[in-house]
Design a protein around this ligand. Structure first.
Ligand code: HEC
Length: 218
C-alpha cells in the first residue's frame, strides 16, 4: 500500500501538469491568428465570400503579356510567320529538351508521329514532315501547344510561353533537318561532313533538293 506522502506527491504532480496544459491552451500565439479557412463564409464582405475574386485587369508581376505575337502566336488573328524571340542555339537546345519531355512520347523524337504512347494505342498524330505541317507558320505550332488539337490535350499549364516558342523553333529545326542539302551547310563547315562518317546504323544524309526555300529562322 502506498504511503500517504506518496499519494500526496502524485496528486500534486497531476495538478501541476493540468495547470501547465490549461495555461498553454490559453495562449494566443501567431498559430492562432485571425484567418479564413479555405472557402469559409465571411460576414465582412457583401457577397459573403472569404475567397476574393481577382480584381479585373490586374496582372501579377512579371506576367504582363502585352506582346500579342509572343503571348498568342497571332497578330490581328493571323499566325505569326516569324519567331517573336531571338533564335539562338540555347533556345533550340531548350526546345529540344522540352520537346523530348513533353511531345516525343507521342510524336517521337524525330517528329514522325510514332511515339511510344502511339505504339500502345493512342491516336497517331500526323508527321511534322508532312507538306501540310511544313507549310504552317511557326505561330501555328505555338497555338497547338497552347490550345491542343483534336485528341491532343493542350500544354498551356505545363509549358510557359517562352518554352513553347523554344519547342516551336525546335519542331521547325526537325522539319528542316529532313529537307536540308549540302548547300545549306556553310562552305567552311562542309569539309567536316566528309571527315566524320555518320554513326553506325544512321541513314545517309538526304541529297534531295528542298521542295521550297525554307530558312531555319522562320
Ligand atoms: C498524348 C500524345 C501527344 C502529346 C504528348 C503531344 N501531342 Fe501533338 N498531337 C497528338 C495527336 C493524337 C495529334 C492529332 C490530333 C487529332 O488529329 O485529333 C497531334 C497533333 C499535333 C500537331 C498537328 C496539328 C495538325 O494541324 O494536324 C502538332 C503541330 C502537334 N501535335 C504538336 C505537339 C507538340 C509541340 C507537343 C509537345 C508540346 C505535342 N504535340 C504533344 C498527340 C500528342
Amino acid at each position: 500500500m502506498k504511503s500517504r506522502r506518496e499519494v500526496w506527491r502524485a496528486s500534486a504532480m497531476a495538478l501541476l501538469l493540468a495547470a501547465g496544459f490549461a495555461g498553454a491552451g490559453c495562449r494566443q500565439d501567431m498559430h492562432d491568428a485571425p484567418r479564413f479557412n479555405p472557402l469559409r463564409v465571411s460576414d465582412f464582405y457583401d457577397d459573403r465570400r472569404s475567397a476574393r475574386p481577382l480584381i479585373e485587369d490586374t496582372v501579377p508581376r512579371g506576367w504582363l503579356m502585352a506582346d500579342d505575337a509572343f503571348a498568342t502566336g497571332k497578330v490581328n488573328g493571323q499566325f505569326v510567320a516569324e519567331l517573336p524571340v531571338p533564335l539562338t542555339l540555347d533556345l533550340l537546345k531548350r526546345g529540344e529538351n522540352r520537346f523530348n519531355i513533353y511531345c516525343s512520347p507521342c510524336h517521337s523524337r524525330t517528329g514522325n508521329g510514332d511515339g511510344i504512347v502511339v505504339r500502345r494505342g493512342f491516336k497517331q498524330p500526323p508527321s511534322y514532315h508532312d507538306p501540310r505541317l511544313r507549310a504552317q507558320p511557326i505561330g501555328y505550332f505555338f497555338d497547338v501547344i497552347s490550345h491542343g488539337f483534336g485528341q491532343m490535350p493542350d500544354y498551356a499549364a505545363q509549358i510557359q510561353p517562352q518554352d513553347r516558342w523554344a519547342i516551336a523553333a525546335y519542331v521547325r529545326a526537325l522539319q528542316v533537318s529532313r529537307h536540308a542539302n549540302v548547300a545549306d551547310v556553310p562552305a567552311a563547315d562542309r569539309p567536316q561532313l566528309d571527315a566524320q562518317p555518320p554513326p553506325a546504323g544512321a541513314t545517309k544524309p538526304s541529297t534531295e533538293a528542298p521542295k521550297e526555300k525554307e530558312g531555319a529562322a522562320r
